[in-house]
Design a protein around this ligand. Sequence first.
Ligand SMILES: CC(C)(COP(=O)(O)OP(=O)(O)OC[C@H]1O[C@@H](n2cnc3c(N)ncnc32)[C@H](O)[C@@H]1OP(=O)(O)O)[C@@H](O)C(=O)NCCC(=O)NCCS
Length: 160
Amino acid sequence: MAALRSLARADLKAILAIQQASPEAAQWSAEAWESFVRSTESAADEDLRAGYCAWVAERDGKVAGFLAGLFSGVEMEILNLAVSPGERRAGVASRLLEGALAAARSSGGERAFLEVRASNAEAIAFYERNGFLPAGRRKDYYATPVEDALVFAHALAADD
Ligand SMILES: CC(C)(COP(=O)(O)OP(=O)(O)OC[C@H]1O[C@@H](n2cnc3c(N)ncnc32)[C@H](O)[C@@H]1OP(=O)(O)O)[C@@H](O)C(=O)NCCC(=O)NCCS
């Protein structure tokens, strides 16, 4: 079972390596991650408030995956998610998603959503398996290569 905790500045090297090994993930620069981490530092897990939030999952003491989100107070948007290729299909992303949804729910969130490349069958299977439902399509949302995004959403009722 993967252990979940808030992402810390010291995780950035491991996260960049996982991101690089996961071309389907959003490819954020080291500088973008630095400023992302700065903006998460004021939000505690149990009380997300509105803003950026991120978690890592560890297996055997090593960072195996990460999830970055943006919580508006009502909606949690999953902005970036990846698991180290050697650690996939072991429940790491499910654990990350569960943590993010639970934090959003306990801070009054009503809905989670995300965009995913229409060709990313693995991620789509993962989100569907975790209760997300199709909620729309954004034409030519991605660049290099240009591709539509599928939008998936998950209601966060308190008794979900
Ligand atoms: C999508 C991703 C995050 C899933 O991570 P993971 O840790 O392997 O996911 P889990 O082990 O929690 O998977 C849970 C379930 O999701 C589904 N799933 C996950 N990967 C799948 C795949 N490659 N093919 C089909 N179903 C898959 C399965 O139902 C799986 O349960 P099972 O293993 O019992 O069959 C991972 O494949 C990844 O990092 N991909 C590259 C980056 C990416 O696409 N990010 C999302 C961008 S929106």
